[in-house]
Write a protein that binds this ligand. Sequence first.
Ligand SMILES: [Zn+2]
Length: 228
Amino acid sequence: MNESASSIVLLSGGMDSCVCASLAARDGHPAALHISYGQRTEDRERESFERICDRLGIQTRLAIRNEALKAIGGSALTDENIAVPESHAIGRDIPVTYVPFRNAHFLAAAVSWAEVLGASKIYIGAVEQDSSGYPDCRPAYYEAYNQVILAGTKEGGIQVVTPLIGMRKAEIVRLGLELNAPFDLTWSCYSREDRACGVCDSCVLRLRAFHEAGAVDPLPYVAVVEKV
Ligand SMILES: [Zn+2]
């Protein structure tokens, strides 16, 4: 592994992180970090991570496990006893697919790795609008996190950047198409690994975004619910 990089991109394998990685690759020499945390679709997401890195030419990769989040539970993504809901109420309440304080765990690992690699930027594809309303996707959270990095690292010269945070999902699709982001290799579905379910929050938001962008989602779906 080539141990130098100008930036780190958190790459889950979903469409937003794929566009974010494409931006990072356009603008620098990123390393990619993937974290499995016992989520239902972790094998499929890990496969997407590797294939997206291959396509974007990202050589420096780290795929690690977080054991805490599944052990703690409290989310439909990590607890088989909590069903992944069909998307009926996007934007009303924080849904059961929220994984408690997950992005802080991810960012902490990214900051640790950035210190070792000497990387100065951490890209994360958090989106506030058109999202499920997760509190760790708000701009204020990332501003505060950057203060934590400043106070708690050796040199302090590391910044979390959120280039997609203010974008609509359809704009993210359009940007991805401009950048030739490998949407065909991504995985967004919360509940299935063979074909996307088409009815979970993540599938519905994704399908709506492609529809609004006038583009065709290259992934195979079990069902496409016309609620766009
Ligand atoms: Zn789905």
